[in-house]
Ligand binder design. Structure first.
Ligand SMILES: Nc1c(N[C@@H]2O[C@H](COP(=O)(O)O)[C@@H](O)[C@H]2O)[nH]c(=O)[nH]c1=O
Length: 156
């Protein structure tokens, strides 16, 4: 049976990028995957000054609002790299936090779907026709983690 998730406070909310599970990437700690993902949009652009602001905001909603502001210039290769950026961040999240790693592994081979009513790329959209890229990433992270022999040690 398919598992649908979306808001961090709903069932399977730990699969949302807005869930309160921090990650360290290249020595920098980000309070959520969403903070990290939104900041990466501006790497190497004239608007890179927004990166530390996104890093510092309290909530993933604030990070998303800053990252989605259309007056700022997103890096030119964003469409090519965004899925890889997300994959790396989501993998790190589940390597870091053993409790949610167990929740992910316990889903077995069930289909995971980000049930976003508005997002047809990361989610399934309002009519299920979306690409569900976040669900696909979670399933590939699940597969990758299953192959790792010793996961009793938390990654920082
Ligand atoms: N979970 C969740 C959302 N979904 C997330 O939004 C991100 C896509 O952002 P963008 O590429 O800027 O459109 C991505 O992390 C996707 O999973 N959006 C929300 O407004 N609220 C939420 O609770």
């Amino acid at each position: 049976m398919t598992i649908y998730f979306y808001k961090a406070y709903e069932p399977y909310g730990c699969f949302s990028n807005f869930s309160p599970h921090g990650i360290t990437i290249e020595g920098t700690y980000w309070t959520t995957v969403e903070h990290y993902y939104q900041a990466q949009k501006f790497v190497g652009t004239p608007d890179a000054v927004i990166i530390p602001v996104i890093h510092a905001v309290e909530t993933p909603e604030q990070a998303a609002a800053l990252g989605r502001c259309h007056t700022r210039q997103v890096r030119s290769d964003w469409n090519e790299v965004k899925t890889k950026v997300m994959q790396q961040a989501v993998l790190k999240k589940f390597l870091t936090h053993a409790d949610i790693r167990e929740i992910l592994l316990a889903t077995g081979d069930r289909l995971l779907v980000e049930n976003s009513p508005t997002d047809y790329f990361w989610g399934c959209g309002a009519d299920q026709s979306g690409q569900n890229q976040l669900g696909k990433i979670l399933m590939s992270v699940r597969e990758e983690i299953r192959k790792l022999p010793l996961l009793s040690v938390a990654y920082d």
